[in-house]
Design a protein around this ligand. Structure first.
Ligand code: CP
Length: 310
């Protein structure tokens, strides 16, 4: 693996290799001393042009646990605000001997552009680009599902809410299809479901009760207002009534169904607190597993994964 830009086209063997490698790091993360020397001497630049709580922080923790030097670029205080282009910023960071860039950008394709222009040996990880992809989120979600459900065959999975603007949903759908989930659904109003989703082998539901009936996994998404460009969409109140996950709607899923959310959550809009904090919620374990999955991705890209390549 040279870069990680998307889960689309990522072979099942590579996804499994990442999840298996993450398994080893989960056990490291449970130790008192959590540090490994795998990325000692490497410089990892976190370059986030959009806000983040979970992704930026867990990448930093993951890199530090692998003994890398981590540099967090403060974009607000960087020279992009003086008109420097994205590529000039990258060339300058590369001149500081960067080994890996972790990039989040509002424009779909920005990490791909960077990946085409970095020197050989420098890796790029997409930490979320526009509405296109968020591969490490998709992979940590696969890790979480495998952790609780053991196997992907036989699962019914529903992704609920604003699928149209969600890079997370796209990364999940590609990974879930590759891993062989037989029944994959998206649930939401017509205005928030992409037109091409059925071509990806996904069933579309506009009725929440029908959409999550007998599901093993229910993944909730927030309304991504920052990517809506003023489109005519349901109000938060209307959305909650139709698609907000509460205990009575969740009762339509299997009794042992898990509830996931990539965060940030909007309580009382797409999910009620009693469900977000309830016994079926695995929302905080998703965040914790994100550290191990990001350790796995970085060590594989650096050619330093324990156990070698896939
Ligand atoms: N899931 C996710 O990408 O969260 P952040 O925006 O906080 O990184």
């Amino acid at each position: 693996l040279r870069h990680l830009l998307t889960t689309e086209g990522l072979p099942a063997a590579m996804i499994r290799h990442i999840l298996d490698t993450a398994d080893q790091f989960v056990s490291v993360n449970e130790r008192e001393v959590k540090k490994l020397p795998l990325l000692r001497g490497k410089a990892i630049f976190n370059v986030f042009f959009e806000n983040s709580t979970r992704t930026r922080t867990t990448f930093e923790i993951a890199a530090k646990r692998l003994s890398a030097d981590v540099i967090n670029l403060n974009i607000g205080a960087s020279s992009t605000s003086k008109g420097e282009t994205l590529l000039d910023t990258v060339y300058n960071l590369q001149a500081m001997d960067a080994d890996m860039f972790v990039v989040r950008h509002a424009q779909s394709g920005a990490p791909h552009l960077i990946a085409r222009h970095v020197k050989p040996g420098v890796a790029v990880i997409n930490a979320g680009d526009g509405r296109h992809a968020h591969p490490t989120q998709g992979l940590l979600d696969m890790y979480t599902i495998r952790h609780y459900k053991k196997d992907f065959s036989g699962l019914t999975v529903a992704i609920v809410g604003d699928v149209l603007h969600s890079r997370v949903a796209r990364s999940q759908i590609h990974a879930l299809k590759t891993l062989g989930v037989p029944e994959l659904r998206v649930v939401g109003p017509k205005t928030l479901i992409p037109a091409d989703v059925e071509r990806m082998g996904v069933r579309v539901f506009h009725d929440m009760d029908a959409g999550i009936k007998d599901c093993d996994v229910v993944i909730m998404l927030r309304l991504q207002n920052e990517r809506m460009n003023g489109a005519l969409l349901p109000s938060a109140g209307e959305f909650y009534k139709a698609y907000g996950l509460n205990a009575s709607k969740l009762a339509k899923a299997k009794p042992d169904a898990i509830v996931m959310h990539p965060g940030p959550m909007n309580r009382g809009v797409e999910i009620e607190s009693s469900v977000a904090d309830g016994h079926q919620s695995v929302i905080l374990p998703q965040v914790t597993f994100g550290i191990a999955v990001r350790m796995a991705v970085m060590s594989i890209l650096a050619g330093q994964a324990p156990g070698g390549s896939a």
